[in-house]
Design a protein around this ligand. Structure first.
Ligand SMILES: [Zn+2]
Length: 84
């Protein structure tokens, strides 16, 4: 019963420390304005932990994928611009 209550009260809080003072990240160095929106990037104000508010897990893998895709697309655009 206690476990259920803790889980419920943490539903909208930080998955790491349980603090409810979390807020969506609007801008990041790796994703600009779009990246954090796509990944539901959220930051805990208490422990500075950042995570995906939908999966409640770390966004590290998502950030790497986003970054690789973004750099890959930028490289493709650059390649075709140079070619033409
Ligand atoms: Zn936290």
């Amino acid at each position: 019963m206690t476990d259920q209550l803790v889980e419920f009260s943490n539903e909208n809080g930080c998955p790491k420390c349980g603090s409810e003072s979390v807020s969506p990240v609007r801008y990041t160095w790796w994703g600009g304005l779009l990246g954090p929106k796509i990944l539901n990037h959220t930051k805990c104000q208490a422990c500075n932990y950042t995570y995906n508010s939908k999966t409640r897990k770390s966004n590290t893998a998502g950030i790497v994928i986003y970054f690789v895709v973004f750099v890959g697309l930028a490289g493709l655009v650059f390649y075709f611009l140079r070619k033409s």
